[in-house]
Design a protein around this ligand. Structure first.
Ligand code: SF4
Length: 222
């Protein structure tokens, strides 16, 4: 009997996801700007009450492929490049998708694969980009010893390879905001104080801790 390709794929992705799991020893830069409580759960290795469904694992896999496409295109043109550079301090860590040098200037690229449908939402967003993606890039800037001259978020449409590049606003105000946000987040962790729920309930729709979070009514210390 023939094998079911979808089953083979899902088994492969499930194993890959298990391999990728690790105990967090710091906050993830990719969670910058998100719900304090969610970041607290990630940092304390709380078991996910709502793990990613198979469809999401498939999307992540497709996303990795598009990352590679963009990284390969840029590295062919750059004088210098660094892929998946690890950045960290004692509280936060992450991997920068790509740092590349052209004409004496270094640019940090953060690649996001999205549905072509998503492009229309990008137009409506402040800065033309998702707020959390901006926060992620600002966090990298803050953590990097050698600061890039500019930062870009590259949105790639997964069915038409439509591309949109957004310049990240590296202002004193935005850098102060991200530093203050992380200071607050780390403060909750150090004080072992459960942060309040986010008021942005959109984040709760896709939260992998949603059921657990909702079970904690009235609890403020874990
Ligand atoms: S369910 Fe909402 S409030 Fe609770 S951790 Fe997740 S994002 Fe935060």
């Amino acid at each position: 009997m023939a094998i079911l390709i979808s089953e083979v794929l899902d088994n492969f992705l499930a194993k890959r996801n298990v391999k990728k799991k690790y105990k967090a020893k710091s906050f993830w830069a990719s969670s910058a700007g998100t719900c304090f409580r969610k970041r607290y759960f990630q940092r304390t290795n709380q078991e996910k009450s709502d793990p990613f469904p198979k469809t999401t694992l498939r999307k992540f896999y497709v996303g990795d492929t598009f990352h590679e496409i963009i990284q390969n295109l840029i590295k062919e043109k750059a004088k210098y490049f660094d892929i998946e550079k690890r950045v960290e301090d004692k509280n936060i860590s992450g991997y920068v998708d790509l740092l590349a040098r052209f004409n004496g200037e270094t640019t940090l690229y953060e690649v996001k694969s999205v549905s072509d449908f998503y492009f229309k939402y990008l137009e409506k967003m402040k800065w033309g980009a998702n707020f959390f993606h901006i926060c992620q890039a600002l966090t990298y800037y803050w953590l990097l010893k050698d600061k890039p001259d500019s930062m870009r978020i590259v949105y790639v449409g997964t069915s038409t390879l439509k591309i949109k590049e957004i310049i990240v606003p590296m202002t004193k105000k935005s850098l102060k905001w991200i530093k203050d946000d992380w200071t607050k987040c780390i403060g909750y962790y150090k004080d072992k104080k459960l942060p309040p729920k986010t008021e942005d309930t959109n984040q709760c729709k896709y939260c992998t801790y949603a059921k657990y979070c909702n079970s904690l009514k009235g609890v403020n210390k874990l």
